[in-house]
Design a protein around this ligand. Structure first.
Ligand code: NAD
Length: 303
């Protein structure tokens, strides 16, 4: 089987895989549709991350394609209808980077509560400013989770151990699910979670139903000092409503790993705000998670 790996594995192609299949590995290929079409004409398997657009036009040019491997979880860059029509299966790495994202969320909670980065910068410059170092405790605060799947559940168990109260909104979640039942998680409506959360963390896929799920109405109901953490997809949040909310409420805070446009167009109004922390879509990226993602997707390619 000929396999095209069209984006970065963040590591070498494993030996066991090279021994099994004929592999073309070119981590910039996915960004060049013309070269991709030409290179892939005989491919039976195509492996991508989130930048290659696996659209109908590309699929039509790949007559032998049997399987697409997605090195990650979201599938917004795959035309699932077109793939299904052609009988092409899709393999994702669901759960393989869930610990990484969950730990990022916990890091974001602590960064907001204790701001070690800022304090280190000030202290290295010779300041000894204890007054600006007064933090907050997470214990006893309420964490609202929107989406309670692989990542939401891992965030909940970690946050529960830190003494946070957990409330969650997920319409597909059964109240008898052990993660809810045994983990002390209270299920609520979207409106209640937004209103009651000190920290609101998003863990839903981007779909027609979740686009702008968090918009002006949700921001209007949030606490004066609410903190939003978005590691899901930028489009789940209406960024103009978020901008307005953060400008109007300087004590609110947002930690954004994902954006509506990546990288964001410049000038980026959100980046100018002091009450925003930005990272470049790395919540799921750890050495451990990427090894697992690669292993999971490549092993399942032949099925
Ligand atoms: P998952 O499929 O295990 O869980 C998603 C949950 O969302 C499910 O329980 C589902 O019932 C729920 N859901 C769906 N529609 C909903 C809605 N309208 N309202 C509330 N809940 C809804 O997925 P996961 O592994 O937990 O990942 C969640 C998302 O995180 C992914 O889809 C991906 O977009 C994102 N992600 C980001 C990174 C990163 O690096 N920033 C890494 C991995 C995943």
């Amino acid at each position: 089987m000929e396999v095209i790996i069209a984006e970065d594995l963040w590591g070498p192609v494993p030996d066991w895989f090279l021994q099994k299949w004929a592999v073309v590995y070119d981590h910039d290929l996915g960004l060049d549709p013309a070269r991709l079409t030409e290179t892939c004409s005989q491919a039976k398997a195509l492996v991508v991350r989130n930048r290659t657009q696996v659209n109908r036009e590309l699929i039509e040019h790949l007559p032998n394609l049997r399987v697409v491997g997605r090195l990650g979880v979201g599938v917004e860059n795959l035309d699932l209808d077109a793939l299904a029509e052609r009988g092409v299966s899709v393999v994702t790495a669901r759960g393989a980077n869930a610990n990484a994202v969950a730990e990022y969320v916990i890091a974001a909670l602590f960064e907001h509560a204790r701001f070690l980065g800022r304090l280190s910068g000030e202290t290295k410059q010779g300041q000894w400013n204890r007054a600006s170092g007064i933090g907050r405790e997470l214990h006893g605060k309420t964490l609202g989770l929107i989406g309670f799947g692989e990542i939401g559940q891992r965030v909940a168990s970690r946050a529960h151990a830190l003494g946070l109260e957990i409330i969650a909104y997920d319409p597909l979640l059964h109240p008898a699910h052990p993660a809810v039942h045994d983990g002390g998680v209270r299920q609520k409506s979207l409106a209640d979670v937004c209103r009651e959360a000190d920290y609101l963390s998003l863990h839903v896929p981007l779909t027609a139903n979740t686009r702008h799920l968090i918009g002006a109405a949700e921001f209007a109901s949030m606490k004066r000092e609410a903190v939003l953490i978005n590691t899901a997809r930028g489009g789940v949040v209406d960024e103009s409503a978020l901008l307005h909310s953060l400008q109007e409420h300087p004590h609110r805070f947002a930690v954004l790993d994902v954006r509506e446009h990546e990288p964001p167009s410049q000038p980026d109004a959100l980046a100018q705000l002091p009450n925003v922390l930005l990272t470049p879509h790395i919540a799921g990226l750890t050495h451990e998670s990427q090894a697992q993602v690669t292993d999971r997707v490549l092993r399942e390619l032949h099925t």
